[in-house]
Design a protein around this ligand. Sequence first.
Ligand SMILES: *Cc1c(COP(=O)(O)O)cnc(C)c1O
Length: 428
Amino acid sequence: MSYDNSIKAFEEAYRVIPGGVDSPVRAFSSVGGTPPFIERGEGAYLFDIDGNRYIDFVQSWGPLIFGHRDSDIESAVIDAVQRGLSFGAPTTLETDLASSIVSLFDGIDKLRFVSSGTEAVMSALRLARGYTGRDDIVKFTGCYHGHSDSLLVQAGSGAVTFGNPSSPGVPADLTKHTLLAQYNNIESVRKCFEDSVDGIACIIIEPIAGNMGLVPADEKFLRELREICDEHGTLLIFDEVMSGFRASLRGSQGIVDTKPDMVTLGKVIGGGMPVGAFGARAEIMSHLSPEGPVYQAGTLSGNPVAMAAGMASLQKLIDTPSIYDELEAKATRLMSGFESAANEAGIALTTTVRGSMFGFFFSDKEVGNFEDALQNDSDRFASFHRGMLDSGVYLACSAYETGFISTAMSDEMIDEVISITQRVMREI
Ligand SMILES: *Cc1c(COP(=O)(O)O)cnc(C)c1O
């Protein structure tokens, strides 16, 4: 496989864009080599500017559950574009998309749209703090909630990949209210409540963590978080920017019983366009401007083209919820194939599936938190990634990311990928 055009494009990009990319993980730093520059996508495939074709398990990092160029989403977008790109005034599209989402999530009466997952979480935190009148928040090591200042502490994939857990440019004054707990470890959460002087506004968690590899929270752990929050008047926020409409139609709520007080969403709800959202029960949301005093705004929030793409995606998912069983069956088929290929090659591999999400670690033990995840063999991951890419399989370029199945992937494609995997596992 030749990457000549991408190598040249990367050099040119490097001159005018830091690291040649607009989001760090795209740079392939942890696996080496040059990221392929993409020319177009079609169904399950990506095509790069050297004419190479890849089966795409990254799906723009989650949003594209129907693969590239889904015809329903594409026509909804074209239709919206022909009415105007943005108005900065309300449209009924926003109400339609909000109603669809609210009807699926128990305890979420209202939500507001923003333009990214980062913005959704940042706004949700402000609202949680404004609502409770407290400053401290609890987050878990290895969970990623976007790159806003107070959350950029031990933030999983991007940060780990660069060995740079928190970032210069974030004043300690801004993170001093962020208390860190260990994922799936309730004692560490209790400790945060003991340590907090001012009281804890919220616990924020990815109930199905996807940014330290795929590491779902234990059901019991989530129930205990709920109890602790109720006991202290603390809000429980589920960050489902990735798992919402990916793990199941109702995200984590479709899999476990625990209900959060607030939910943040993004990725799939924009169908490939920039969208985020945060929601809660009406009483909490009424604290948000203009109903209440907590300020939050956005020139392009609820953008009509993005809303149309999101609505077209969600409508298809709502109309055919069996999609998730099919996607999960494919993800399971792929992960069992990876496991047997690794077994045959005498390599330790542990895998996880949640709906259309899959994850694997080159490790011989179960991964329940970030510290476990760090025990994986990342050199082996890098060789595996390279071998797969050179064979036309586009996997996330970090050992701490989640993979995604789209409806455009057939069982035959999965089987083809499995036979490539058998060869690559033998070679690494
Ligand atoms: C991707 C992601 C975010 C950030 O979303 P952006 O759209 O990249 O800003 C926040 N939380 C989780 C769980 C995510 O996976």
